[in-house]
Design a protein around this ligand. Sequence first.
Ligand SMILES: Nc1ncnc2c1ncn2[C@@H]1O[C@H](COP(=O)(O)OP(=O)(O)O)[C@@H](O)[C@H]1O
Ligand SMILES: [Mg+2]
Length: 229
Amino acid sequence: MDTLVQLENVTKRYDGAAAAAVDDVSMRIDAGEAVAIMGPSGSGKSTLLNVIAGLDRPTSGAVRVGDERVDMLSEAGAARFRRKQVGMIFQFFNLLDDMTVSDNVLLPAQLAGVKAREARLRADQLLGTLKIGHRRDAYPARLSGGERQRVAIARALINRPSLLLADEPTGAVDSATGDEIGALLLELNAAGQTLVVVTHSPELARRYARRVIHIADGRVASDTAVAAS
Ligand SMILES: Nc1ncnc2c1ncn2[C@@H]1O[C@H](COP(=O)(O)OP(=O)(O)O)[C@@H](O)[C@H]1O
Ligand SMILES: [Mg+2]
């Protein structure tokens, strides 16, 4: 398999912090993998995702995603990289409450300059696949947590990113809904989507990832393959 993400000796130290949030991490993720990142609160999981996404610049080390040296990009370059290559979903969905479901999903396509008609087709198709098409004209406040996360997944996928990053995507929903979201992510991965999911749930990691990386104090504590269940 082709390497999609490569970190080499990546350290991220926030200004004034005693310890590095990410401490000399090296790893490779192949295209097509489904990876779960686990670890205690404050161990550096979100920082690691943000460094891969180009949201945070590492203090040292190299971050590659595809052909891109993410750590070397300008702010504008990083924004462009994120729009094209990375989809992100979050615990609290981060949808825009004054825009409809459909407009939330369309926004990244508009920012990327995709033609309106093409974007609308893709959005409708995604909303259909995610079984939320009937809610396209609703506002996020009217939706359940599980529905909101489906919308957020559609938004993350609109620009066909090579990499989908999820930071505790089931942290704010009940366990049955969490299971549905996990199954959905696994389906996306089965269709070829490379996936990195931060989760507190060993169950989710075991069932919906094929590789689990444990982080402790900003370092990789273990990195193991999981058998399909
Ligand atoms: N923007 C920030 N500024 C300063 N310190 C931060 C910032 N974000 C995270 N940290 C610190 O970095 C460490 C790792 O945080 P984080 O990556 O959020 O961990 P996790 O996602 O595993 O809970 C923690 O000590 C946290 O307090
Ligand atoms: Mg976090």
